[in-house]
Design a protein around this ligand. Structure first.
Ligand code: 6V0
Length: 331
């Protein structure tokens, strides 16, 4: 009798499904930061990683598996073959080319659309019930592209959007005010990146709206120049890229937070890129960020956030830009 047979008295076949499987496509800086955040924060214990680089995949897989004893019973798989993604509740897409120093996110559109043409049909084929979370840039446009390519209902295709911008904003507010980031409430909506819109009218600490204390907050005529905080958010990705070559930890944590909201059916509110037609009188089929309620089925509600005239027109400008860029995409 073999050792294994001596050890086990079989009772029934083990099930493969943990109920919380997540596939991450792209094991670059962003993908690996997302994987590491999700498995160390206990968001999932079943990760599949897909990339085109077989050696990199194997190296990352082995390195993570060697950490198994320090994790919570995580099953990790990696392959260039999408069949390992089968049965994923969430597929996070971080594959693609990233911004070079000085390159705008919009410059990446066609290059990354071509990458998605390969990836999205494979993911949907193996996990028809999945929810897609797109992180690849330009994220709002690529979320639209993924929605088109996937054929999934709009509530199941989500872009990481301004969840990261909002986190950066809250951190910078916290530095200015000397209190914890988690106690600074505020949302950046619209386009992830250069034309994002800070909703100053809603920024508050314990319900105290800063716009009630400073009516000019966020405007050019504000003598305290709070607008600078948002300018720093916009510049921050470029600065990090200049300093370390890429951004990873914050976006990895942001993706992990979104995955947790969905897998745990949290109904928590996050600024994510979602189908915008019909919201705030936007008539184009574009994806931009608004605060959304996220649960097991994806986006459940969009929060009807009151916007000032300026915030509204900034959102419309972004929507116009998205529609214009989308019109030039070759599918
Ligand atoms: P990276 O480190 O170059 O990793 C990209 C990975 O994608 C590599 O491992 C590639 O091999 C892989 N890849 C390329 N083509 C394919 C394909 N056809 N199939 C499978 N895998 C493929 O880039 P990094 O991880 O730094 O960035 C990835 C993407 O995330 C870029 O588009 C960034 O611009 C974007 N980011 C988005 C952020 C957000 O807030 N949404 C934040 C940071 C970066």
């Amino acid at each position: 009798m073999a050792t294994i047979e001596k050890l086990f008295q079989p009772v029934q076949e083990k099930l493969d499904d943990t109920g919380n499987k997540v596939t991450v496509v792209g094991v670059g800086q962003v993908g690996m930061a997302a994987v590491f955040s999700m498995i160390t924060q206990g968001v999932t214990n079943n990760i599949a990683m897909v990339d085109v680089m077989a050696d990199k995949l194997k190296g990352e897989l082995m390195d993570l598996q060697h950490g198994s004893a320090f994790m919570r019973n995580v099953k990790i798989q990696a392959s260039t073959d999408y069949s390992i993604s089968a049965g994923s509740k969430i597929c996070v897409v971080t594959a693609g080319v990233r911004q070079r120093e000085g390159e705008s996110r919009l410059d990446l559109v066609q290059r990354n659309t071509d990458v998605l043409k390969i990836i999205i049909p494979q993911l949907v084929k193996h996990s028809p019930d999945t929810i897609l979370i797109i992180a690849s840039n330009p994220v709002d446009i690529l979320t639209y592209v993924s929605w088109k390519l996937s054929g999934l209902p709009k509530h199941r295709v989500i872009g990481s959007g301004t969840n990261l911008d909002s986190a950066r904003f809250r951190y910078l507010l916290s530095e200015k005010l000397g209190i914890a980031t988690t106690s600074c409430h505020g949302y950046i909506i619209g386009e992830h990146g250069d034309s994002s819109v800070p909703v100053w009218s809603g920024v508050n600490i314990a319900g105290v709206r800063l716009s009630d204390l400073n009516q000019k907050i966020g405007s050019d005529s504000d003598p305290e120049n709070w607008k600078e905080t948002h300018t720093m958010v916009v510049k921050s990705a470029y600065e990090v890229i200049k300093l370390k070559g890429y951004t990873s930890w914050a976006i990895g944590l942001s993706l992990s937070q979104l995955a947790r909201a969905i897998l745990s059916n949290a109904n928590s509110v996050h600024a994510v890129s979602t189908y915008l037609k019909g919201e705030h009188d936007i008539n184009d089929e574009v994806f931009l960020s608004l605060p959304c309620v996220l649960g097991r089925s994806g986006v459940c509600d969009v929060i009807r956030q009151p916007l000032t005239q300026t915030e509204r027109s900034q959102l419309h400008q972004s929507a116009d830009l998205m529609a214009k860029v989308q019109a030039g995409i070759k599918f």
